[in-house]
Design a protein around this ligand. Structure first.
Ligand SMILES: [Zn+2]
Length: 112
C-alpha cells in the first residue's frame, strides 16, 4: 500500500466562494468554485478524443450561476460530484484529481 492510496477527505466545507478540504494525511486544500468549474473533468467540458486522438474542445459559455454550487455529493468514496446552479452535474472530481490540482495552484490547466 502506497502513501497516496487511501488519501480521502476528512472534512469538506464550502466557505463563501471556496471549497475547503481537510485530507486524512493532514494536508488542506482550498479551491475557488470558479476554478473548479473551469477544470471540470467531464467529457462535456473537456471534449472527447476521437479515434485519431485529437480532442475537439467544445465552446463553453459560463453564466454567473455556473460558478455557484447547488449541492455537492460524495461518489463511491473516491470522488466529489458538484451540482452547479446552472444545472451541470456530470463532472466527477476524483480525490486524486483534486490533489493534483492543488499541487499546482494558480496554474491554468486550460491554455486557452
Ligand atoms: Zn463538466
Amino acid at each position: 500500500m502506497t502513501a497516496t492510496a487511501h488519501i480521502v477527505p476528512n472534512r469538506i466545507d464550502i466557505i463563501g466562494e471556496e471549497l475547503a478540504i481537510a485530507w486524512n494525511d493532514g494536508q488542506e486544500s482550498f479551491f475557488t468554485l470558479e476554478s473548479l468549474r473551469r477544470v471540470c473533468p467531464c467529457a462535456v467540458c473537456q471534449g472527447e478524443a476521437d479515434v485519431l486522438g485529437s480532442v475537439e474542445r467544445p465552446d463553453r459559455t459560463f453564466q454567473a450561476n455556473s460558478f455557484q454550487l447547488q449541492s455537492l455529493h460524495s461518489v463511491g468514496g473516491y470522488a466529489l460530484q458538484p451540482l452547479w446552479q446552472d444545472g451541470h452535474s456530470t463532472g466527477l472530481f476524483s480525490f486524486s484529481y483534486l490533489r493534483q490540482l492543488d499541487s499546482r495552484p494558480g496554474e491554468a490547466v486550460d491554455p486557452a
